[in-house]
Ligand binder design. Structure first.
Ligand code: UD1
Length: 364
């Protein structure tokens, strides 16, 4: 009998875990595959990592590389060095990297040079904005990966336009939503709004992009905009560690709290999705939350000049805003009746199954 194909799955930072978990579960259930979970340690705080692993019923990683924080070069280099020795010893049949974080590119580079077949899950997304470190990670990872699994047709189009051979591309759909469906019952039972004492309509805020939080002037303008919104819609703001540092350094956390914005720490996945599911609107600069709100039909106001997920605007609930336009856009979003819309193709909770089928087809 042929031994099961060994698949390295790379998990590094918070948004990766929701992409890795459904695939890990699907591969674990398949007799012809043996997934190996590798955590690079890019995110390490309990609520940024362990609690999300627990929410998604992921086991302890088979390997923990413990790279931690650092500059882009430091973090990318440390992941490459640590993962290279794991991969050289193991020589897996497949390496799957997800998303667009520094560890995604680092492991893809290692795999490509060791001639291990590299698969990029969430390939083809493009913001067109090279000021975003993630855009560099996306472009470089897609250039060297053997197999490119896209979440939406714009991903296929971007890759084809860049000259990618069609046989490298597979539109598998949006894996994050598999995670939502995996624990939907627990999300519905979590009642996070009630646990936080929220009785009236509320909005949820998340911010962590360097372009918004690392520049003190940009951050100040956003804080003023959030305080203006707070007067109309009470806001709950689970604060990312990077943002917490920047807000505290400028004394802006106190200003937000004094204005009534509810600042809390990062939440694990189930509690966070419960909070989002009950919200009247979400204000964010995250990538994944643009998709989750589209899936749930909740208005999303994205504090960015561009998005690598345009389908959330053309077929979803997302709008791009800035500090100056946020309040008006929010009023408009709240005044617009919610209408049922078809979800984008393959955003159906079945992406992991398509990934497994794709791996089987490609192994033949
Ligand atoms: C990273 C990803 C980003 C993703 C985000 C999700 C890159 C280039 N960026 O950004 O694409 O959207 O994760 O959160 O890979 N910190 C902690 N505890 C942690 C993790 C980070 O305190 O568990 C602090 C550290 O001071 C660190 C800072 O947050 O320096 C930023 O973390 P880092 O992983 O460098 O980038 P993120 O902003 O989280």
């Amino acid at each position: 009998m042929t031994p099961p194909a060994r698949v390295h799955l790379i998990a590094a930072a918070r948004p990766n875990f929701m992409k890795v978990a459904p695939l890990w579960h699907a591969l674990s259930a398949a007799p012809d595959f043996a997934p190996v979970l590798i955590h690079t340690g890019q995110h390490y705080d309990a609520n940024m990592s362990d609690a999300i692993f627990a929410d998604l019923s992921l086991p302890q990683p088979d390997h923990h590389l413990g790279v931690g924080s650092g500059s882009h070069a430091e973090q990318t280099g440390r992941v490459m060095i640590a993962y290279e020795s794991v991969e050289m010893a193991a020589r897996p049949d497949w390496l799957v990297v997800v998303g667009d974080v520094n560890s995604t590119l680092a492991c893809a580079l290692v795999g490509a040079k060791l001639r291990i077949p590299v698969v990029h899950l969430e390939a083809g997304l493009r913001s067109g904005d090279r000021d975003m470190p993630e855009e560099i990670n996306r472009l470089a990872t897609d250039a060297i990966a053997d197999v490119l699994w896209t979440p939406s047709p714009d991903g296929d189009e971007n890759l084809l336009r860049e000259g990618c051979a069609p046989e490298r591309i597979g539109n598998v759909g949006n894996i994050m939503l598999d995670s939502f469906e995996l624990v939907r019952g627990k999300i519905e039972a979590a009642a996070e709004p009630a646990a936080l004492g929220l009785t009236a309509p509320y909005g949820v805020v998340t911010l962590h992009r360097p372009s918004n939080v690392d520049d003190p002037d940009a951050l100040l303008a956003l804080v003023a905009a959030l305080l203006a919104v707070q007067a109309r819609l009470p806001l709950v703001f689970p604060v990312h560690p990077r943002t917490a540092q920047r807000l505290a350094a400028a004394g802006l956390d106190e200003r937000l709290a004094a204005g009534g914005v509810r600042l809390i720490g990062p939440l694990p996945y189930i509690r966070f999705m419960s909070l989002v599911a009950g919200a009247s609107a979400v204000i964010t600069d995250s990538g994944g939350i643009q998709e989750e709100t589209t899936y749930l039909g909740i208005p999303c106001l994205t504090l960015r000049d561009n998005t690598e997920r345009p389908i959330t605007i053309t077929q979803g609930t997302n709008r791009l805003v800035n500090a100056a336009t946020l309040a008006v856009a929010l009023d408009d979003a709240l005044a617009t009746p919610r209408s049922a819309r078809p979800r984008p193709k393959n955003w159906d909770g079945q992406t992991a199954a398509r990934c497994v089928a794709e791996l089987r087809r490609r192994a033949r």
